[in-house]
Design a protein around this ligand. Structure first.
Ligand code: ZN
Length: 602
């Protein structure tokens, strides 16, 4: 499932409406109101411009469209920084609760805050551009004298996914990590400068600024994540033990009987999703007995019909049909005559009703599910369209991805029967294969989704000093994931830099939250829909009651703290990872049987 950042450009200010001149009198509530009115209006205007430029750039890639899109997003970023700073002027002004929340949203919208010293601010943007470009241009060249031997991240990804040769995997793993050591000095300076900017906004450091988005004190949010992780950890440890067992059969003593799994053997350069090793760990007789991909191909189902089917899922819940412009303006198939970004995404170009998806649809089960996922973003976007512009976003940054994935969980065999794609749902004894595949995607991801920011928050706070960047990274990977590097990793290296989101500086906790929330949403909606089947077989298709509760949450957007949005759908204000345990219960029981008398843990 694509983990993409939404294409909504919010939090833009290019206006200088707020006085910066002679007046030295204290700001008033009326000033705050005027400020926010201008902000909402300008955000809408610039957001639409950036979306239009971004859409054209991604569906018609040329040097010119790239330049135009870069200009609009640069304007957005620059203005966003000024914007957050202006909002702090009203910290001690008595304003109505809605306006207070709008100001808070503004202040916590930044991912990085530039220091006010122009020299330092300039240095920070140069460092950030350099880090991103070091990653983007990163290549592993096995034979440095031969340029044609160089491998990009795509090549390395392919090797990690398909090779079963330990030496080849190790070479690719070590090779890719050579792109990162040159980032180390820059990253250290980046931490200093971005912390300085965050302190000017009143946050303890950049990590505290990131955590401030979550409607609770930063430390409380950290312990909330620990609590969730401890709920699912026992299941992860079982999946880990079983996978280790089977990898040891394949690779021998290089995989320890009861220690951490070598990080290069899990089918992914970061060991973050293990779906590629499914053939090595597949339960016997776990074939579901049908292939949706084959069915779609046999019926020659046109891509547009696949999208119509997805739309029908949402209208069956009570949502209105998609606007005519959706069908006119979306990109559904790869054009023959030009380059496009095929990575699936959902758009709301005018932040109101100009909904679109951008995909290069193939007749596959994956794409069929992805359509349901992307439309989830679109229906969320439309549900909150009447709120002030600053609130047109998900309840927290985990919610948007979670909604798409929640709906994708309803693409079950029973659903396929109901829409006439399948004659008969296979017997439930055949579910182990589907559950194992999904566990290798979702369960294996959880500790990774958590640890990236555990490392970064400690780096920003100074708890992890530059002298132990790499050691701390591997300590966390051992603690959470139970993986170890295939070779010694000293402080001359910088292994976190080999993961895109670190040099790119994209917060990562949202992906952990999305993984937890989607199962909690799915369980709550399935109960509302009256599903009596095992949770992994429940689909909320055609349940108006589930649709109503879903809409109650979606239409709140970002206007209320996320626990209230969660409550509107699930009836509880607390995140709860036990839905994952319910969903994977059949697999968990099966793993217990396989692991009898076998080592578990590391
Ligand atoms: Zn998505």
């Amino acid at each position: 499932m694509p983990r993409v950042v939404l294409s909504i450009v919010l939090f833009v200010l290019a206006s200088s409406a707020c006085s910066r001149g002679a007046s030295s009198s204290a700001p008033t509530a009326a000033d705050a109101k005027a400020f926010l009115a201008t902000v909402n209006e300008t955000t809408l205007k610039l957001g639409i411009e950036a979306n239009r430029a971004g859409w054209v750039q991604q569906t018609y890639i040329t040097d010119d469209t790239e330049a135009l899109a870069a200009r609009t997003s640069q304007a957005a970023n620059d203005a966003g920084a000024r914007f957050a700073k202006e909002a702090t002027k009203f910290d001690h002004v008595d304003v109505p609760p809605t306006e207070r929340r709008e100001l808070t949203v503004l202040k916590t919208a930044l991912v990085v805050a530039s220091p006010s010293d122009p020299k330092e601010s300039d240095e920070l943007s140069k460092i950030m551009a350099r880090l991103e470009s070091m990653y983007g241009k990163g290549k592993w060249c096995p034979e440095p004298s031969k340029l044609e031997s160089c491998k990009t991240i795509d090549d390395v990804t392919r090797i990690m996914a398909t090779s079963r040769n330990e030496r080849e995997l190790r070479a690719a793993w070590e090779g890719w990590h050579t792109i990162a050591p040159p980032m180390r000095k820059d990253y250290e300076r980046f931490v200093e400068l971005s912390n300085k900017g965050a302190r000017e906004l009143g946050f303890a450091d950049t990590g505290a600024m990131w955590r401030a988005k979550y409607d609770m004190p930063p430390d409380a949010f950290t312990s909330e994540l620990d609590r969730l992780w401890n709920q699912v950890r026992p299941l992860y440890v079982k999946l880990h033990a079983y996978t280790r067992l089977r990898l040891r059969e394949k690779y021998g003593d290089v995989v320890p009987a009861n220690g951490p799994i070598p990080a290069h053997l899990l089918g992914n350069i970061w060991a973050q999703e293990w779906t590629n090793v499914y053939p090595l760990v597949a339960p016997p007789n776990a074939d579901p007995g049908f292939s949706l991909t084959d069915i779609l191909k046999k019926r020659n189902m046109p891509p547009l019909d696949m999208v119509r089917t997805g739309e029908r899922f949402y209208t069956s819940l009570g949502f209105a049909v998609l606007p005519k412009t959706f069908w006119e303006r979306s990109l559904f198939v790869r054009p023959r005559d030009r380059d496009v970004v095929c990575h699936a995404s959902a758009w709301d170009v005018d932040l109101e009703s100009d909904l679109r998806i951008k995909m290069c649809i193939e007749r596959t089960a994956d794409d069929f599910t992805t359509i349901h996922h992307e439309l989830g973003h679109n229906f969320y976007q439309r549900a909150y369209k009447d709120l002030p512009v600053l609130f047109r976003d998900s309840a927290n940054d985990g919610f948007h991805e979670a909604i798409g994935d929640t709906i994708a969980l309803s693409v079950t065999p029973e659903y396929l029967v109901r829409i006439g794609l399948l004659d008969k749902a296979p017997d439930m004894s055949r579910d182990l294969g589907l559950l194992m595949t999904r566990a290798l995607d979702k369960i294996s991801f959880l500790p990774f989704g958590l640890l990236i920011d555990q490392w970064r928050w400690k780096v920003f706070s100074g708890e992890i000093a530059p002298a132990s960047y790499n050691k701390a990274w591997w300590d966390l990977r051992l603690k959470y994931q139970g993986v170890a590097p295939p070779s010694a990793r000293g402080e001359e290296l910088f292994d976190p830099g080999a993961k895109y989101h670190v040099p790119d500086n994209t917060p990562y906790t949202r992906y952990f939250l999305a993984d937890i929330l989607q199962f909690q949403f799915h369980r709550a909606l399935s109960q509302i829909a009256g599903c009596k089947l095992p949770l992994n077989r429940c689909s909320i298709y055609e349940s108006a009651a589930a649709g109503q509760r879903l809409n109650a949450m979606l239409s709140m957007g970002l206007s209320r703290p996320w626990p209230e949005a969660l409550d509107a759908l699930t009836g509880t204000k607390q995140m709860d990872a036990t839905a994952i345990l319910d969903y994977f219960a059949p697999l968990s029981t099966w793993l217990d049987e396989q692991l009898k008398g076998k080592p578990v843990g590391w």
